[in-house]
Design a protein around this ligand. Structure first.
Ligand code: SF4
Length: 220
């Protein structure tokens, strides 16, 4: 994810191929908070992967359920390329201020990135912690729409449990309602909703599990 042409004595020489930047934006860590407060990285450039969400593990490969939340730089639409990557120039637009994970990334030696990528991750509390009622809404949403619970409901639904399908449908509706309320109140910018509440639950469940609203009397 980084173009380490300034290697600071490090023998690794980045060839600026851009491969790692095309595999997705970095997850942020607590040391990256400055990038947000100094508006190098705007909140609309970020989204949250919530705890328990099924994600691709770019370090070890395969799909895993994340056991922490991850505040992550968005990718370009319909692409996995980091939004800060300039394809025409094969360069990072915020190179001087690139996040810690990008600094640690060396494609031929993943020791540094393996060591740091799950530690001291930035959380929504780091960003919204002083917002009071807004953080309360985030916590309430997390309680009502936990992926841990969604996965249990998905398994029960597969076994033909109609009440699980209904509960899952209610969970999706709650997730949508929270976003609608925040929009209506104009509490935060539209672009910050995915940072505050993660990607819409309906979108994630359709992408990961092929679950679409309106498929049954239970609503999914
Ligand atoms: S922030 Fe810059 S270095 Fe990091 S993945 Fe994006 S383009 Fe690459």
């Amino acid at each position: 994810m980084s173009f380490a042409s300034d290697t600071d004595g490090d023998p690794f020489e980045c060839e600026r191929c851009g491969t790692c930047c095309r595999k997705g934006g970095p997850g942020l860590h607590d040391v990256d908070i400055r990038l947000v407060t100094e508006k190098v990285v705007g909140p609309e450039s970020l989204y949250t992967i919530r705890r328990g969400e099924l994600i691709r593990d770019n370090i070890n490969g395969g799909l895993v359920y994340t056991d922490t939340e991850i505040v992550k730089v968005r990718s370009e639409k319909d692409s996995s390329t980091c939004i800060f990557f300039d394809s025409s120039d094969n360069a990072c637009r915020i190179y001087e201020n690139r996040p810690a994970q990008c600094r640690a990334m060396k494609c031929r030696d993943i020791a540094d990135i393996t060591d740091m990528h799950v530690k001291n991750r930035m959380s929504r509390a780091d960003l919204f912690g002083n917002a009071g009622w807004f953080m309360d809404m985030i916590d309430a949403h997390e309680t009502r729409c936990a992926y841990r619970d969604a996965h249990v409901l998905i398994d029960r639904r597969k076994e033909g449990d109609h009440s699980a399908a209904r509960e899952l449908s209610e969970m999706i509706a709650y997730d949508q309602a929270v976003r609608d309320i925040i929009r209506e109140k104009k509490a935060v910018e539209e672009g910050m909703l995915d940072l505050a509440f993660g990607l819409p639950l309906a979108l994630v469940l359709e992408y990961r599990f092929g679950i679409r609203p309106g498929k049954s009397r239970a609503g999914i």
